[in-house]
Unconditional design. Sequence first.
Length: 121
Amino acid sequence: MDIAGISSYTNYLVDTNTDKTKELEGQLNRAATSEVEDDELLEACKEFEAYLWEQVFKEMQKTTKLFSDEEADEGYAQNMVNCFQDTVVQNLAAQMTDESAGDNSLAQMLYTQMKRNYNLD
């Protein structure tokens, strides 16, 4: 079993998630200190919702691997497929957030709550 490519792929995933988390945290912190406009706050809330959906989809995807052949999950080609799948999951999560936009969306509720908590009205 060749696991040479797994380390670099894992490092890529960790770095990507860490960067995305730090970016979202920075946007929300700027919003809390009234350094952003309403549009930026809403956009940060949408990105947070998309990030949550992305994590849900990734966990769902892991459950499908329970029934797969371990031998098929090896090698450079499979790492590239996994990278492509991550990109698809990210785009799907962003699309789902855009399509679910409205008064009852998670992003809208978070946005409203943050405005109320930080007196941004």
